[in-house]
Design a protein around this ligand. Sequence first.
Ligand SMILES: Nc1ncnc2c1ncn2[C@@H]1O[C@H](COP(=O)(O)OP(=O)(O)O)[C@@H](O)[C@H]1O
Ligand SMILES: [Mg+2]
Length: 299
Amino acid sequence: MSPLSDLPDYRHQDAPVSQRFGRIAARPVVMEVKNLGMVYDSAKGPVAALNDISFAVRRREFITVIGASGCGKSTLIRILAGLEAQTSGEVLLDGKPVHAPGSDRGMVFQSYTLFPWLTVRQNVMFGLKMKGYSSTKAGAEAKLWVDMVGLSQFMDHYPHELSGGMKQRVAIARALANQPRVLLMDEPFGALDAQTRCQMQGYLLEIWKNVDVTIIFITHDLDEAIYLADRIIVLEARPGRIAEIIEVPVARPRHVEQLLEPKFLATRKRLDELIHPRAASHLEPLPVFRMTVVGDDVE
Ligand SMILES: Nc1ncnc2c1ncn2[C@@H]1O[C@H](COP(=O)(O)OP(=O)(O)O)[C@@H](O)[C@H]1O
Ligand SMILES: [Mg+2]
């Protein structure tokens, strides 16, 4: 099967932004989150990680989720993946409740998760063989996906021979090879240096343009959240709940020069206000330590 979508590119990427959102809204809902809540039991008592989270994601939409550290982003994505069970509310994928992991959801984590003893091709084949594909068929399919992420020349390399960015491209190929309905990404570029991260954002948008997949992408980086998304879900902490859902008013296709456009900067300012409210006045004063007395009585 070709990794290319059988759909025409009905996102009309060059269309004015106002038309783009109308088109997205007309598409079917793929994933729906209804009144989701999560309370963890901890030694110090219950921890409310998520409270009353509701949103719907439409086919082939690119959603980013942003929020300060500890606001429940990973909890949310683990519940969407079926890796963890919520304490209230529900998650629907194509109308059916999610209770466990499934091949209809692909996952890419921040940490490198490739099997070190398998080559790039074998890593990508792994899930396909689990699904019952013959080695020949899985190998041919894996090749398509490795080609798509631009790593044809590294097909028979092992993960330790790849850079961090390349490993994450293989992880994306591996997740997409199962043809998931939704690709769930938890800060996948968080461990990469700024330049590689920027390249990876470009690669991801290119891949997404060619594949019929819906993406939910967690980040705590403001520029990344805007640059990638159709809509941004902004979470606030304790308990994690939705502060705002922002439609990104920046045209596609995206390019780095847009980071300086007024619409981009205005969105960034809004995100900053939501994520770092009155930051300075909220800082608790730190105890003052005298680290050294050198200088007091030095001649
Ligand atoms: N397994 C767990 N047990 C208890 N508390 C948890 C557990 N996982 C996460 N938490 C708490 O839930 C909150 C949200 O965590 P997390 O989803 O990892 O946030 P984020 O990914 O936004 O940094 C934090 O207060 C964290 O300490
Ligand atoms: Mg996290």
